[in-house]
Design a protein around this ligand. Structure first.
Ligand SMILES: *Cc1c(COP(=O)(O)O)cnc(C)c1O
Length: 231
């Protein structure tokens, strides 16, 4: 079932690419495996999936550790408490949700200790929902400037979440805002940072996200099915 679901998502990605004249090779799929067990992840990996997303630090660590032999790419996509950052630094490929200086500071310390750099996306808050995290678009450039001293934390781009809605079109303005922000930051942000990665689009709206320039989509339900535990 998971292999078939993955094939179906890949097909929908190709179709979205055709509509907007993009190459499927330029868009990565992060399979969001939160709440699903390692057997489900193994199934997806067996079907060729390499990138997986988790949003709880301890769950991230336990899955990444038990599947280390598979050499998967582990993405941390949820809110990360600074005191839990230590659970992700060993295995994380990309943190999608950097949203504050105290977290950057903690990541810098942990990365230095491990002798590695940690790649991050800065999370942009683009809906008018009070519940979603992230920085307002106008806060992002000043935030990036304040990150310059943290040389083990490498900014690679931006992430956002669309609104909760049945209509994927409702997310389009959010995704477009991030795309325009990317262009501005390429001009104005500190030179050590890059903005090639745009993480946006989930099961309900990934096709719109691709049309608006996403380079990474984060898809859970369409691959693994409905989650029992609400996250
Ligand atoms: C759960 C989650 C997803 C995936 O959501 P689906 O609707 O199941 O595809 C994507 N991004 C984040 C940040 C999430 O927490």
């Amino acid at each position: 079932m998971i292999a078939g679901n993955l094939e179906n998502v890949r097909k929908r990605m190709r179709e979205a690419c055709l509509r907007c004249d993009r190459s499927p090779a330029d868009i990565g799929l992060v399979a969001v495996s939160k709440t699903f067990n390692v057997d489900a992840i193994r199934d997806a990996a067996g079907a060729g999936q390499i990138d997986f997303g988790e949003n709880y630090a301890q769950e991230f660590r336990s899955k990444a550790e038990s599947l280390r032999s598979l050499n998967l790419h582990w993405h941390f996509i949820g809110h990360l408490q600074s005191n839990k950052a230590k659970y992700v630094v060993n295995d994380v490929h990309l943190i999608h949700s950097l949203d504050r200086l105290s977290l950057a500071n903690e990541l810098q310390k942990l990365a230095e200790k491990k002798g590695r750099t940690i790649d991050v996306l800065v999370e942009a808050h683009t809906t008018d929902e009070a519940t979603k995290s992230g920085l307002l678009p106008e806060e992002i450039l000043p935030f990036l400037r304040s990150l310059v001293p943290f040389d083990s934390v490498q900014v690679k781009g931006l992430m956002t979440m669309g609104p909760f809605s049945d209509d994927p079109e409702d997310a389009r303005p959010c995704f477009r805002t991030v795309r325009l922000l990317q262009e501005r930051l390429r001009q104005d942000a500190p030179g050590s940072m890059s903005f090639d990665t745009l993480s946006m689009g989930m099961t309900s709206d990934f096709e719109v996200a691709i049309e608006e320039g996403a380079t990474l989509i984060r898809v859970g339900t369409a691959i693994f099915g409905q989650r029992l535990r609400a996250l």
